[in-house]
Design a protein around this ligand. Structure first.
Ligand SMILES: *Cc1c(COP(=O)(O)O)cnc(C)c1O
Length: 408
């Protein structure tokens, strides 16, 4: 397989860095973006080649990814995640059945879209011969990192806030991650990982602090385009924490345009956050290019409890370039919508996924989206990892059963 990577580029200064070497952040302390020879790719790779691929899930886009050898790919059985139109629940959201479509990323290994980014980051780390990876996490990134690192025979150290959902912490540990709970938030965990680099020699695999998680998340955009017949929706609602996915998809669309595989208007990108942690929404509303630390961050949607993002300006740039917006939703609203969609359509979203549906409802109310537009909601993790309401119904097998109740 040929590799089309030419170099890496600092996302703020544009400075070039050589491919084929281990990199963290740029000298300016900002994310590095992988650049490809898209001219040559355009001549040598076709949509038909992709369609004919027998690789698992997002590995079908291997020519557009940085991994140089097929044997470097660390895989846990990735799948192409389904698109599921909301039917009965569409009306609750103020939309039309069929036009609101959930991309269900909960079907990926370790139950979240973190598998995309971490599969790429771990595969590249493996290619570079790294032996020990460390990550700060709100749960899902740590689970994916541990699973892929162990699959590759690498050591995984995972630091998470002390109030990370129990199921995530246990999952990480069971999948071979050396797991530590920290009395702080994800940025506090990130500080310890960063400071430990020199002392322990582990590689820091934090969001956007190495170049390849974006490339993995980019495959959401590639996959969406291919699934929709190499066209794109009008609008994409994305639950935004560190923003890897939003940045990655925007990069994917630019690359697909350069390849001539898509044409026409790109989707409006809508960054969705919770009102208890909405640094990007605030910066968007204030017209700022960067988003300062959000104080006292709290939300039920743990995956988007990210008080400060190193790629803040890349998120804001993508949202603005696309003509999109940023919307914050209340926790109560998120859980209400999660319950409504599960009850009406049998589709169990995670709270972060439900936040995108709540934001859709807001956007409809405010006239930011129209009902005839196709909207994609990213359900970034399986709903099964999150707390659910208790069951109260009981039956006594020793008493006569009142069958009338079942029709009530
Ligand atoms: C990580 C995560 C997010 C945020 O994704 P980013 O691309 O880092 O912004 C949203 N939801 C869930 C469930 C997550 O695990």
């Amino acid at each position: 397989m040929s590799n089309y990577v030419t170099h890496l580029e600092c996302s703020i200064s544009g400075d070039h860095y050589p491919a084929g070497q281990i990199h963290g952040l740029s000298k300016a302390g900002r994310p590095l973006l992988v650049r490809y020879d898209l001219e040559r790719m355009r001549n040598e790779v076709s949509k038909q080649d992709i369609a004919a691929s027998s690789a698992n899930g997002f590995w079908r886009y291997a020519p557009m990814l940085p991994v140089t050898k097929p044997e470097s790919r660390i895989s846990l059985g990735e799948v192409v995640t389904p698109l599921m139109p909301l039917t009965s629940s569409a009306a609750i959201l103020g939309g039309v059945s069929g036009n609101i479509i959930v991309k269900d990323e909960g079907r990926l290994p370790t139950g979240s879209f973190k598998a995309r980014g971490l599969a790429l980051a771990v595969s590249m780390a493996h290619e570079f011969g790294l032996k020990h990876l460390a990550i700060p996490t709100n749960g899902n990134a740590g689970a994916a990192m541990a699973a892929y690192a162990r699959q590759a025979g690498m050591r995984a150290t995972v630091l998470c806030p002390f109030d990370t959902p129990d199921i995530n912490i246990r999952e990480i540990q069971l999948q071979g991650g050396d797991t530590y709970m920290v009395n702080g938030l994800i940025n506090d965990c990130g500080k310890i990982v960063g400071e430990g680099k020199g002392q322990v020699g582990w590689f820091d695999i934090s969001t956007l602090k190495e170049p390849y998680r974006i490339e993995g998340k980019k495959t959401m955009g590639l996959e969406l385009a291919e699934q929709m017949g190499w066209s794109l929706p009008n609008v994409i609602f994305y639950p935004t924490g560190g923003g890897t996915g939003l940045i990655g998809m925007w990069k994917a669309f630019a690359e697909l345009q350069a390849l001539g595989w898509i044409s026409g208007k790109l989707p409006r990108m809508i960054a969705v956050q919770a009102t208890g942690c909405a640094p990007i929404v605030k910066a968007f509303d204030d017209g700022e290019e960067h988003a300062p630390l959000w104080q006292d961050a709290h939300t039920v949607a743990a995956g988007i409890r990210v008080p400060i993002a190193v790629g803040d300006f890349l998120i804001l740039r993508a949202v603005r370039e696309s003509g999109g917006t940023a919307i914050a939703v209340e926790d109560d609203h998120i859980m209400q919508i999660r319950n409504d969609i599960a009850r009406e359509d049998g589709i169990l979203l995670c709270p972060e996924g439900a936040a995108t549906a709540a934001a859709y409802q807001r956007a409809m109310e405010q006239g930011l989206v129209s009902a005839d537009e196709t909207a994609i909601l990213f359900n970034c993790a399986t709903g099964l990892k999150y707390p659910m309401p208790p069951v109260t119904g009981t039956l006594d097998k020793d008493q006569p059963i009142d069958y009338a109740q079942f029709n009530g």
